[in-house]
Write a new protein. Sequence first.
Length: 260
Amino acid sequence: MGCYCTIVPEGFMIISINSIHFSVRNRPENDPEAPALVFAWLENKLNEAKVKDLKVILTYHLPHGLFLTPIGVEKYWVHNYEESLKLLLDRYSSIISGIYTGHMHLSTFNVSQLNDTKEYYAGVLVNRALSPIFGNNPGFALYYYIDSMEHPKYFEEYTFTINKTYNRTDSAKNYWIHLYNSYTDLGIENLSSVGISKFINTTESNLRKHLNYMVLRLGINFADYQAIDGVIKKICKGHTIDTSTYVMCVDSLNEYIKDN
């Protein structure tokens, strides 16, 4: 099933599950009993952590939720499995410090809601890819826990500046650069579900703030800021009725930059 659990010295339990079992592209006939077994195992580990008064970091590859891509809105989890996950996360939200996923190749934030309520829980951070295989600027993030272990307080993200092409490593001008600090540059007070949802809500009403965040997450030079503004509005016409809304087409923008 591809599940893993370990306890680290600082009082955390790290739990990893194979989210491919819940993918809309998975073939259930390959292992029809796997989803139920994974959920049962996950709940058992979460309960164990609660009894031992441990904080949990949950990791899996495919993020749950909705994502805007060049072909429209995509959902990577089968609906029933995603609802089962939400119920489980809601039940143990008090001990889950954070959820880290991948697959998107660009860093982003997500929070879960139960039954369309305004109660947010389980903040999800999708991490930037280390590989430039899909044309993204590769990078990594460092997470910092200070004052309390309830949630990571902030993170610093780094990206690899690459000259013209996305796979060169022989140029002296190619190097890691500090991209942004989630606290100072994005104004996220803490990386909890509350902190992330507050940040998302403010970007929904502030196009300029959202554009600024997109520039940072893509790893683009700020000198291109004005040009990107126009590119976003042009590309998003094919994806949103109101191009001034916060619903920006990050993947489409990434493809545009890669091709140009």
